[in-house]
Design a protein around this ligand. Structure first.
Ligand code: GTP
Ligand code: MG
Ligand code: ZN
Length: 298
């Protein structure tokens, strides 16, 4: 009898779940009993399994352990943190896109690391420092990175160690390049921005975790959390973290900080305590939620 072990499903491919345990990934089938139950097994799930009896054989998943959280797109469970990569240049940093991504990620209640990539393409006089300061003050971990001069390399690598991290961000921001710089053995495909079209370039279509640095990373191709996000006005208010310290002082408890009188958030904005672009992006998202709601009830 082979000893049972616990492991992590790192991919579902060709009818097998690949279960990683102590650095070895074994192809496994599901125990029949589990198939009959209403189950869902995702990449990232922790399982109890019987390893293959000999190399080249197949193992068997006996039990699925409790799931802590999950992403929907890509479908991955038990994530420790999301690394949101925004390039400073090529493609240029766009605060509107960044704030949308952050709001979408906030709905997941998973810690976020903001990576401002390609720092080598900007000079110190550019607005990088301002961005680091803005998002840092709001409470995000912000790291400037460059694979050309190794900016931020050590800091980010330390944060990845032993954790399950999903890299997300628009196509061309440098996710795969960053991961390759830490873990050359991954040899992820990368490409020049000019060489890509909008669709069809991505190689990885299924969600998989790559064992690296004592933890796991997921490299999501041109992944856009924003596409899938649907949230309420309350969730939007919470997602703009820096508003929350003021909103208790708004005259109305249900104040959305738009046109209400005695709004403490707008007062903070007027005093320069809240970033104008952040506030503008908040308003734009609020109006979008309302427009969508109207459409739904028509
Ligand atoms: N100058 C500079 N270029 C970089 C840096 N990181 C990535 N690049 C370039 O940016 C381009 C896109 O990099 P990728 O790693 O393929 O981007 P990606 O985010 O994985 O893109 P998708 O897989 O399409 O989602 C490549 O030409 C890289 O060489 C950097 O730190 N500095
Ligand atoms: Mg990539
Ligand atoms: Zn208000």
């Amino acid at each position: 009898m082979t000893e049972r072990k616990t492991g992590v499903v790192i991919k579902n491919y060709n009818g097998y779940y690949y279960v990683d345990s102590a650095g070895e990934a074994a192809p496994c089938k599901l125990r029949g009993r589990l198939k009959k139950e209403r189950f869902s097994l995702l990449t990232g799930d922790r399982v109890v399994f019987t390893p293959p009896e000999r190399p080249g054989g197949e193992g068997c998943i006996e039990n699925i352990l409790d799931r802590r959280n999950r992403l929907y797109k890509p479908a991955i469970a038990n994530i420790d943190q999301i690394a949101m990569v925004f390039s400073l240049k090529n493609p240029d940093f766009n605060q509107n896109i960044a704030d949308r991504f952050l709001v979408a990620a906030e709905q997941l209640a998973i810690p976020i690391i903001i990576c401002l990539s390609k720092a080598d393409l900007l000079t110190e006089s550019d607005s990088t420092g301002r961005l680091v300061c803005l998002y840092g003050k709001i409470g995000y971990k912000v790291i400037k990175t460059s694979v050309v001069d190794n900016t931020g390399r050590q800091e980010l690598q330390e944060l990845l160690t032993g954790k399950t991290t999903v890299f997300s961000g628009l196509s061309g921001v440098g996710k795969s390049t960053l991961l390759n710089s830490f873990y050359p053995e991954l040899a992820l495909p990368t490409g020049a921005v000019s060489a890509r079209n909008n669709k069809g370039r991505h190689t990885t279509r299924f969600s998989q975790l790559l064992p690296a640095g004592g933890g796991y990373v997921a490299d999501t191709p041109g992944f856009s959390l924003a596409e899938t996000a649907e949230f309420t006005e309350d969730a939007l208010k919470r997602a703009f973290r820096e508003f929350t310290v003021y909103q208790d002082n708004c005259r109305f408890a249900q104040c959305v900080h738009l046109n209400e009188p005695d709004c403490a958030v707008k007062a903070a904005l007027a005093d320069g305590l809240i970033n104008q672009a952040r506030y503008d992006n908040y308003c734009a998202l609020l109006l979008e939620i309302r427009t969508n709601a109207k459409r739904r009830f028509k």
